[in-house]
Design a protein around this ligand. Sequence first.
Ligand code: NAD
Length: 211
Amino acid sequence: MTETKIPRATAKRLPLYYRYLNILHDGGKTRVSSNELADAIRVDSATIRRDFSYFGALGKRGYGYDVDNLLAFFKDILDQDRLTNVALVGVGNLGHALLNFSFHQDSNIRISAAFDINSQEINTVQSGVPIYPIEQLVTQLQDQQITVAILTVPSRVAQEVANQVAETGVKGILNFTSIRLSVPDRIRVHNVDLTNELQTLIYFIDHYDQK
Ligand SMILES: NC(=O)c1ccc[n+]([C@@H]2O[C@H](COP(=O)([O-])OP(=O)(O)OC[C@H]3O[C@@H](n4cnc5c(N)ncnc54)[C@H](O)[C@@H]3O)[C@@H](O)[C@H]2O)c1
């Protein structure tokens, strides 16, 4: 694995690059310019060149980037050869939507276990994923060597669930609840807030896109 320290904004674009390079590869394309990439994924070409330069992937003037090289490179960085098992905690409205969502086939991510307290849900298999009672969270996460957990429980129980997750080897939590979780330093928490995303989008539309 490459240990390069990269800005978070760059890291967020990596899966985007990776997906598009796969499309190019499947279409038999062997090289691509930063301008072509820019048009396709709607990130400006200067940003793409800067992002790629963090990894020492420098295109040649007049040639662009070699698709296979880049793809192998991103595959390594994103650790795509390894399947990541993810746990989902809270199979309600949002949890069901995530269970039914097939992650991009080339992403190597899958939800392998879900947890709830609702007797209607537990001990069933939905979209191929077994739903276990929350009491089995710690043992299942450990047995399945799960490293990422998605929290879609009601906010009032979020911290309590996070405490249980912290008893396992989980390294990352994708937190959909409105609670700012307190977890040990070894666990990274990413908060997802659709309201926030929409407000940011509306802000940019209102302030920057008035042409
Ligand atoms: N971040 C966002 O943009 C966003 C959007 C929608 C909802 N949410 C949040 O996501 C969470 C889920 O929303 P929802 O609409 O799916 O709620 P929901 O009530 O439909 O689902 C919650 C599920 O969690 C289960 N649950 C309750 N206590 C539990 C526990 N201790 N352990 C395991 N499971 C437990 C419930 O049985 C239920 O199935 C809420 O916190 C909500 O505020 C966030």
